[in-house]
Design a protein around this ligand. Structure first.
Ligand code: GLC
Length: 543
């Protein structure tokens, strides 16, 4: 299938684009270190071009002690030697551009590493010029400034005895929060952004951007009072003139706030990356307390977002990333119906309005992994085990949570071949390769015209060829149906119907009259039947 080339000189080109997220550590190793690298990504650009994507969201590659896999940056303008050199990065940007693929870098602006020059200076004394780049509270070692709890477990405060002060961190102690109230911090961060724009980077994914305006005195982390003031300044000073695509990770966004983030006037960001749909299958606010997916709620959630942002903002479409378990293991079936359910989930998502993000391996239907505790690397997993067993949970129960929801599920190396280490490395992989690579791998997918890979390729091509995907209005059908997710998109004479069976049983469904003679754009069964078969998905279209 021929690739459709997007004209990126057009304003808002990213609304027709499909992005692909690369987690560099796990993508492709070329040096035998067991860790993926930039040359590895370059060597796989043809594969990505074949898939048809328009941009790569590159998870962090800047210098970092890797306490949180690069989300702890010690030098924003240097490449971590583990991944290669600045010359490799320049080559990646250039080689990607040749294939009309834009590089979108991951920017971690809420916090730095404790090894960043700013923090090392800040630690020296209270009157050091960099001290106020971070957030401090005076006190003694026995009394925490307050009871705020960090995302990865433990208090948000760490004590520095020689200063007689606590510093604030929403994540690990090695990730001190930057003080956005200080204009010098903001200007410093903007200069890092300009550095990368000058190198040819065409956009940024902004890590936990809803947490930058924290206020520990109010015990506020997300959506702080100054959040949108900060974002507008950031946009004005660093983004607008360059015409970049900017994506804000915002766990705390609701539809109203998303309209601010992604206002069509471009005053803040291009689009929001929000998670409401990812938090429905749990029994508490914590992802570890998992529950079956409530499909009726999921559909209502999508409906609210689709209709709420229409003409007022722009959403990202995703069900996977490096922080989430593999979707086929979560909402699909990773055993008998792995292939149809992976295609069904892709159909459900790619029919909507927004910009899709495919997370590496999703296009192969990669699954979760089950490892013993000691084989996991993620700091969050180990802290969870420590904290929950101390609270009295049984180790077995905690492991169940980790197997279902741990972030390392998504971080196992990319499965390229059925061979040793899935063709990811000739060395010892930093995290176990999923043993199912013998069956699930890119080589096999490319050789099978019916594979999940080619199904994604088709969806990507469709999105680029039919404007109804970008602009059509959204209508949810059968909202109370607990098994079928069906919706229509309409734009003038163009009408699209998406129908998805979320279960492993055949279910009745009547195709609406108007679509009886419509063309099938894509489907995961070769023919039609009176019912929707297990995980059956169909996209119908007429003009
Ligand atoms: C974001 C990243 C996650 C990281 C955290 C702290 O949520 O996606 O991987 O651990 O921010 O930077």
């Amino acid at each position: 299938m021929a690739n459709l080339i997007l004209d990126k000189s057009k304003r808002g080109w990213w609304q027709s684009a499909v992005f692909y997220q690369i987690y560099p550590k796990s993508f492709q190793d070329t040096t035998g270190t067991g860790i993926g690298d930039l040359q590895g990504i370059i060597s796989r650009l043809d594969y990505l071009q074949k898939l048809g994507i328009d941009g790569i969201w590159l998870s962090p590659v800047c210098a970092s002690p890797q306490v949180d896999n690069g989300y702890d940056v010690s030098d924003y303008c240097a490449i971590d030697p583990m991944f290669g050199t600045m010359a490799d990065m320049e080559m990646l940007i250039a080689e990607a551009k040749k294939r009309n693929i834009s590089i979108i870098m991951d920017l971690v602006l809420n916090h730095s590493s404790d090894q960043h020059f700013w923090f090392r200076e800040a630690l020296k004394s209270k009157d050091n010029p960099y001290h106020d780049y971070y957030i401090w509270r005076d006190g003694d070692a026995d009394t925490l400034p307050n009871d705020m709890w960090s995302v990865f477990g433990g208090p948000t405060w760490t004590y520095v005895p020689h200063l007689g002060q606590w510093y604030f961190h929403q994540f690990a102690p090695e990730q001190p929060d930057l003080n956005w109230e200080n204009p010098k911090v903001r200007q410093g961060l903007y200069s890092f952004i300009r550095f990368w724009v000058d190198k040819g980077v065409e956009g940024f994914r902004l890590d936990v951007i809803d947490q930058i305006a924290k206020d520990p005195d109010l015990k506020v982390t997300t959506n702080g009072p100054k959040l949108h003031d900060f974002l507008r300044e950031l946009s004005r000073e660093a983004f607008q003139e360059e015409g970049l695509v900017t994506v804000g990770e915002a766990w705390g966004a609701d539809v109203e706030r998303a309209k601010l983030y992604s206002a069509p006037d471009g005053s803040e960001l291009s689009m929001v990356f929000q998670f409401e749909h990812m938090g429905l299958d749990q029994t508490s606010w914590q992802k570890w307390d998992f529950a079956p997916l409530p499909l009726v709620k999921l559909k209502d959630c999508y409906r609210r977002w689709q209709q709420g942002l229409a003409e007022k903002g722009w959403n990202s479409l995703f069900v996977n990333n490096h922080d989430l378990p593999r979707i086929v293991s979560r909402w699909g079936d990773d055993t008998v119906y792995r292939v149809p359910s992976a295609k069904m989930l892709a159909t459900m998502l790619h029919g909507m309005q927004g910009t899709p993000y495919i997370y590496q391996g999703e296009e192969l239907g990669m699954t979760n992994i089950k490892l013993p505790l000691e084989e996991y690397v993620d700091v969050e997993i180990h802290n969870l085990f420590r904290d929950r067993t101390a609270e009295g949970y049984s180790p077995e129960a905690v492991m169940e949570s980790i197997w279902k929801r741990g972030r390392d599920n998504a971080r196992t190396p990319m499965q390229w071949t059925a061979g040793e280490n899935a063709g990811f490395t000739t060395g010892k992989p930093w995290l176990k390769v999923n043993p199912n690579h013998t069956e699930i791998n890119a080589e096999a997918a490319l050789a099978d015209p019916d594979s999940i890979f080619y199904y994604y390729q088709k969806l990507i091509e469709l999105r680029k060829s039919l404007p109804v995907f970008r602009e059509g209005s959204f209508e949810l059908l059968c909202p109370e149906d607990e098994k079928v997710f069906a919706y229509t998109r309409d734009m003038g004479n163009a009408h699209l119907l998406v129908v998805c069976n979320f279960t492993s049983k055949a279910v009745p469904f009547e195709i609406p009259e108007a679509f009886r003679n419509a063309k099938t754009l894509v489907a995961n069964y070769p023919d039609t039947a009176d019912t929707l078969r297990p995980y059956e998905a169909r996209m119908l279209y007429y003009e």
